[in-house]
Write a protein that binds this ligand. Structure first.
Ligand SMILES: Nc1ncnc2c1ncn2[C@@H]1O[C@H](COP(=O)(O)OP(=O)(O)OP(=O)(O)O)[C@@H](O)[C@H]1O
Ligand SMILES: [Mg+2]
Ligand SMILES: [Zn+2]
Length: 368
């Protein structure tokens, strides 16, 4: 029997760093005034881990592991499958981040429909919309199928038992920030809640081999809210972005344990949902009269609006995720990766971060 003990901890709401005392500045990410008091039940994580994952598993020789689990599930949304590295790997946990209203829920419904249409039973858990609202959206997108089970729920424990009884082929949780664990006293969206919900969903996904897609909100800084530690926990991190007034949307992987991060998927947002753009360069480089100087491609306009900028934080915040070379220091890793992805797409040749020269300005210093 584990005795449940409560203690007060302080978590940085930017990076998830925990400390026994309140601190003005986070020693990990350098954020100021980001610590929030949270009551944690220490025994909970261990208890929940053992109940969800079942009895402890023993190590096995690597050559004895069955490989039929490598079969990937195709969603029939080719741009999505490609960015994933060729479909969904069993038991994979994918985080899809994006600005409000960019089309995350739309993409998820279309992906689920692609699977449901092949006869797979799938589960869409929404903490943000009612069943009726989801049905209405589905009607507009033409993604209604008896194989899509929909539930409006935020309690992680309830979701777990639903998964056990329905045994879906794929799960979408929209969004991870709305998920709530009654054993924790902090509010939904706080670092502890988001982390606990993700841990439980991760254990479930790994154990049951059900691919699980988590929708994540993005903060003003462009990071997935409730933070970097989420990105470490999941197998794949996708960003869905584009100017909200612009019809194009770009899906790209910033982390992928089962595929390259050089692929991008391009979609066009219509009333009827997201349409795949199979040949982006034709779209972005069209309408150029013969002999005229090359028109600025739209992807550059997209990028310029998003700005390659230096967030005014401590240096470790804005260094690229990998090593930091002189050429890339100061620029956001995500911007560089997107740039590299688009260059590769346009030239048909792989383009690494080191092939690019990126000049980044602090937004304030240039008045932009
Ligand atoms: N007829 C329509 N009704 C509603 N939305 C439409 C319609 N046509 C196109 N859209 C697009 O759908 C977008 C909303 O998509 P969606 O709700 O999937 O985004 P989201 O990323 O899930 O947003 P949130 O962060 O609020 O959950 C709108 O911003 C708009 O661009
Ligand atoms: Mg949504
Ligand atoms: Zn921090």
């Amino acid at each position: 029997m584990v005795k449940k003990s409560h203690k007060t901890i302080y978590s940085c709401q930017t990076c998830g760093y925990q400390a026994p005392k309140w601190m003005g500045k986070c020693p990990d990410c350098g954020a100021w005034d980001a610590f929030v008091e949270e009551r944690s039940s220490v025994a909970f994580s261990r208890r929940s881990a053992s109940t969800i994952s079942g009895p402890p598993t023993a190590p096995v020789p690597i050559d004895c592991i069955e490989l039929d689990m490598e079969l990937r599930l195709l969603t029939r949304i080719q741009e999505f499958d490609r960015v994933l590295g060729g479909g969904l790997v069993p038991g994979t946990l994918v985080l899809i981040g994006g600005d409000p209203g960019i089309g995350k829920s739309t993409l998820m419904l279309q992906v689920l429909f692609g699977l449901a249409d092949q006869g797979h039973k799938v589960l869409y858990v929404s903490g943000e919309e009612s069943n009726r609202q989801i049905r209405l959206r589905s009607k507009r997108l033409n993604t209604v199928s008896p194989n899509i089970l929909v539930v409006s729920e935020v309690e992680v424990a309830a979701i777990m038992s639903m998964i056990e009884t329905t045994q879906p082929k794929v799960i979408v949780v929209d969004s991870i920030q709305t998920m709530f664990n009654a054993d924790l006293t902090s509010a939904p969206g706080s670092v502890s809640q988001v982390r606990e919900a993700t841990v439980q969903l991760m254990l479930m996904a790994k154990k049951s081999e059900i691919p699980t897609l988590l929708v994540g909100h993005v903060t003003k800084d462009g990071a997935i809210a409730g933070p970097k530690l989420l990105e470490h926990m999941v197998d794949t991190v996708l960003y869905f972005e584009g100017d909200r007034n612009h019809i194009f949307r770009i899906l790209r992987a910033v982390k992928n344990r089962f595929g390259s991060t050089n692929e991008i998927g391009v979609f066009e947002m219509k009333d009827s949902g997201l349409d795949e753009v199979a040949n982006p360069s034709a779209v972005f480089l069209s309408e150029r009269p013969a002999g005229a100087p090359p028109k600025e491609p739209r992807w550059r306009l997209l990028r310029r609006r998003k700005r390659v900028r230096v967030p005014e934080r401590s240096p470790q915040r804005w260094q690229p995720m990998g090593r930091s070379s002189g050429a890339t220091r100061g620029a956001r890793a995500s911007a560089i990766k997107r740039h590299a992805g688009v260059c590769a797409e346009r030239t048909g040749r792989p383009c690494a971060r080191d092939d690019l020269r990126i000049h980044a300005f602090a937004p304030d210093a240039r008045g932009r």
